[in-house]
Write a protein that binds this ligand. Structure first.
Ligand SMILES: Nc1ncnc2c1ncn2[C@@H]1O[C@H](COP(=O)(O)OP(=O)(O)OP(=O)(O)O)[C@@H](O)[C@H]1O
Ligand SMILES: O=P(O)(O)OC[C@H]1O[C@H](OP(=O)(O)OP(=O)(O)O)[C@H](O)[C@@H]1O
Ligand SMILES: O=C(O)c1cccnc1
Length: 449
């Protein structure tokens, strides 16, 4: 079924709407609250994350309201009164959203998003906000690790065919770009986000012409800046010699860029291919490689002195193969000016109450109460104020640059992809006091009950 007025407003869990119904019936839906999103464990045992998802968050919030078909659908559930549906029809987003710059380096327990406003607004948004930032931050972080392993060599994002459906491919490749990838093979992502697009050709081209020579010749006749895929039948006996033959025959006409290998022993093959290309007079031709690559495979291949210049990475990046979810949660930290907390037997899971700010200094980050004076750079900034967008979305290029600069300000030991040192994130004295007071307060409440 396609609804002409479909919206993302119902992209939420049913329980959010059920809670809003209760808040509304009991008259607390407009109480001022603050919710914050944060994660407890850094993914991939990495030392940091790259915050991503802000652009999608903004486009989601800009359009959020219940459409006629949204309301018809809710009516069909027979869970709510007509008066409540009318209330939803009139509802508009009026909260304030704070977030770090997209591309900012962030750490566990730091607010990635802060929503301040009516309880109804903050509650409705939880699911979609977490859905967006959990995925994109995860992929940008994975990309950043792969970029670190490639040590400045170009990285192409090839993951669309293996991504978890269309949206994940699209926003995932943008996140990969923020994390430092140079280009994507996804043409729609190129169009929508103005990302550089790039690509070679597949085995099908060689199969279609039945042999390497005819395939490369046909491709060379129709393209400039060509990269030939040389491993369809036999890399060294057919693919590489025919690539060289065609490159020589076409000369300047095709601006031969190099060859891609996608199977076999990438170390031995790349070393031999390098010698062959050099000997044939193509010392500037590059060797592209792809095939289940990630930061570990790239590190391993480099250690073995593989002669690879350009890395194509798909599946393991776009699916965050070794850790498919970032566990950011979204917790209420204050209601009607009172700090509030979620207790747990597990100390790690006790939330830190109060609306917060993050301050970055040379010696680490400090979380303070929002209005407390801090030292260093404040990380959370206003994105929407009372429902109005005040932050302009930068270009993807600017976000990528921001991520690079943000990362270069963090000392190397915290950025190792293997066993990084733990970056210091501390709580201010006032925040610790607020936490202890709130815990004591809740314990007294339980005792009285
Ligand atoms: N010399 C090497 N050292 C370490 N890893 C390598 C080396 N050569 C290839 N790899 C990596 O090993 C993995 C396994 O490759 P595998 O042998 O399954 O591929 P293949 O059989 O050659 O190709 P395919 O099955 O895709 O046609 C790939 O991720 C590849 O990038
Ligand atoms: O390996 P990835 O990191 O996911 O990169 C994308 C892969 O997509 C293509 O393969 P294709 O779908 O043709 O399958 P293949 O594995 O048989 O080459 C390409 O040749 C890469 O191998
Ligand atoms: O352009 C390529 O080489 C490419 C694109 C998508 C997937 N694998 C390879």
């Amino acid at each position: 079924m396609v609804y002409p007025d479909d919206s993302l407003t119902l992209h939420t869990d049913l329980y959010q709407i059920n809670m809003i119904y209760t808040y509304w019936q009991t008259g607390i839906d407009q109480q001022p609250v603050v919710f914050e999103a944060y994660f407890r464990n850094k993914p991939f045992n990495n030392g940091y994350v790259i915050f991503a998802g802000l652009e999608h968050t903004i486009t989601y919030l800009k359009k959020i309201k219940f459409s006629a078909s949204d309301l018809d659908y809710l009516r069909s559930l027979n869970l709510y009164t007509a008066a409540f549906l009318e209330y939803l029809a009139q509802w508009r987003f009026t909260a304030t959203l704070r977030a770090p710059h997209e591309g900012e380096v962030m750490f566990d327990h730091e607010p990635l998003l802060q929503v301040e406003g009516p309880l109804v607004d903050a509650q409705l948004l939880e699911t979609a906000l977490l859905n967006i930032i959990n995925f994109q931050t995860l992929i940008a972080t994975k990309a950043s690790r792969i970029v670190s392993a490639a040590k400045g060599e170009p990285l192409l994002e090839f993951g669309t065919r293996r991504a978890q459906e269309l949206d994940a491919a699209l926003w995932g490749t943008r996140a990969a770009y923020i994390g430092g990838f140079n280009a994507t093979s996804n043409v729609r992502a190129g169009k929508l986000f103005n990302l550089p697009v790039s690509g070679t050709h597949a085995h099908a081209l060689v199969q279609a012409y039945k042999n390497d020579y005819d395939a490369f010749t046909a491709y060379a006749k129709t393209h400039h800046n060509v990269v030939f895929l040389v491993d369809t039948f036999d890399t060294l006996k057919s693919g590489v010699p025919n690539a060289i033959k065609v490159a020589r025959e076409f000369g300047d006409k095709i601006n031969f860029q190099g060859v891609r290998i996608d199977s076999g022993d990438m170390v031995g093959l790349s070393q031999t291919i390098r010698q062959e290309l050099d000997r044939a007079g193509f010392p500037n031709a590059k060797i592209y490689a792809s095939n289940d690559l990630d930061e570990y495979a790239i590190t391993n291949l480099k250690k073995q002195n593989a002669k690879i210049d350009v890395w194509g990475v798909g599946t393991k990046l776009i699916t965050a193969f070794d850790q498919p979810a970032l566990g950011a949660v979204y917790k209420m930290v204050s209601i009607s000016g009172d700090n509030t907390i979620k207790l747990s037997d597990d100390d790690e899971k006790i939330s830190t109450p109060g609306k917060k700010q993050i301050w970055r200094t040379d010696t680490g980050d400090m979380l303070t109460l929002f209005d407390e004076p801090g030292v260093g750079l404040p990380i959370l900034q206003d994105i929407f104020v009372h429902g109005k967008q005040i932050y302009q979305i930068p270009t993807a290029q600017a976000v990528q640059r921001y991520a690079k600069d943000s990362l270069s300000a963090i000392p190397a030991p915290f950025k190792r992809i293997d066993s990084p040192e733990k970056y210091s994130v501390s709580l201010s004295k006032r925040l610790i006091e607020a936490k202890n007071t709130t815990i004591q307060h809740v314990k007294n409440m339980i005792k009285e009950f």
